[in-house]
Write a protein that binds this ligand. Sequence first.
Ligand SMILES: [Zn+2]
Length: 551
Amino acid sequence: MIGIVANEAEHSTVVEFFELFKTPWEFWCPGTRYDVLLCSSSTIPKNDARLLLLYGSQQQAFERGRGIKTQSVRGLDFVSFRGERMPIYGNCLLFDDHGNKVLLHNGTNSTAAISTASGAQVVVRVGFDLFEEVLHLLTKEQPAELAGIPTLDLHISLLRELIVSHGLTLVVIPPVPADQRFIVCLTHDVDHPRVRYHMCDHTMFGFLYRALIGSVIDFCRGRRSLRQVVTNWKAAFSLPLVFAGLAKDFWNQLDRYLALENGLASTFFVIPTKGDAGVDSEGRRKRRRASRYALTDIPDDLKKLLSANREIAVHGIDAWRDSAKGRDECQDVQKITGTAETGVRMHWLYFDSQAPATLEKAGYSYDSTIGYNETIGYRAGTTQVFKHAEVDHLLELPLHIMDTALFYPSYMNLSDDEARAAMLPLIENVTRFGGVLTINWHDRSLGPERLWADVYVTLLRDLRARAPWFATASQTVSWFRRRRTASFVRIAHDGNSVRVRTATDPAAADLPALTLRVYNSASSSHKLGSKENALFEDFTIDGSDEVLVAA
Ligand SMILES: [Zn+2]
């Protein structure tokens, strides 16, 4: 059991951090014995914890009492743990050489965390504010140049390693469905279901330019094959026939998606309102943002999706800033799906700090907007579904990879091979940390002039090879919700046994079970700083039975 000493203002962040870590913990209670005591304020109660973790960027009695010299560094900086670079967004306190170096500060190569033994107790002094870092990640986005670092997941793994490497048994429910290593959430924003809805608008002229001229330029630069240029030219010249209804609409790629994703699950975000551009955070209306289709224009698509067991969710226009409009958007889609739990992703990823509360008020059960337009990676620093502080029910499914970020000239501007290479570290991270990899490949991206199908096909192949759980956005969120409701009951049995109870939700019976992971010091000769991961044993938690683990 971990005891936490934190300032009142940090309590909600502490609670969310431990929903993501998911290990037995409580706020410090006088008289209770803890294996690990984590203090994020300078108040350190009298204790006999085997491991005392002191986080904080302000000077504390620990270093003053030991005569350890410190130096304070301000603003964004990096520490490295086991050779891995981790950004620290707040201040950092560095220690002169004293005791064991746990974390190195990249800029100065001095020590950002040290450990010393004091009788039977090991004290680790970490020179940054853990919960301020977590709050920063969950409320402010990581800058695009650091998007590739799953910083929040690194904080969790650092804390876990600190505990396990000091010979303590640790029990967690990892973000890993039983018998799988991670979750893949395939999603598609439906922005342009037909090219014929765009007769003589800016989208059509943009298409013609990119198909006829852009393709040739890309061919000359070695970024397109001749076959692709021919496909795009043919599509451009077939446009009058498409408008006349005499040729296939090459932006209608639904059947192809269903074929490529045969046997998998996916979620389609559809725009409920036609011709409404909505309002951005500065109160401006950008006409180009308005959808050229309404749900009544694509009844066959919607039927096809439902009969293929696909999830239909809302691609919102104003839901993020206006809960009444958000409710209308939600209800329009619920009329089609008939489901009570509906998710949303905002068109153009419009969002602000009020949006979670507004979306919850509008009746949504999850949002999947927290991602980048311009790059791929971890805007909130995590592969996990999390909860914003201002809401009770709404969960956030972070968005990690968007096709337009990879290929748009004004964003990453990658070739097919470069895009494949850019996505690999994200696949490796989710394999390592668990959690979910959320991908958004737009509705028309398989067709001309984008022709981003080859990359999608290899992405699916790479993912299938790792046998994750392919889930809809709503299934993913439900699984995380189930994990959040799981509770630990510690029992006094040699002080070393742990009993785990999970709340049972009959409606969620089709979801994979949770896993109980026990890091056991007895079976581990693990040393902090070694490249090996700590040894652990997994148990599947099934039904309402309690699982007893002798640790
Ligand atoms: Zn969109």
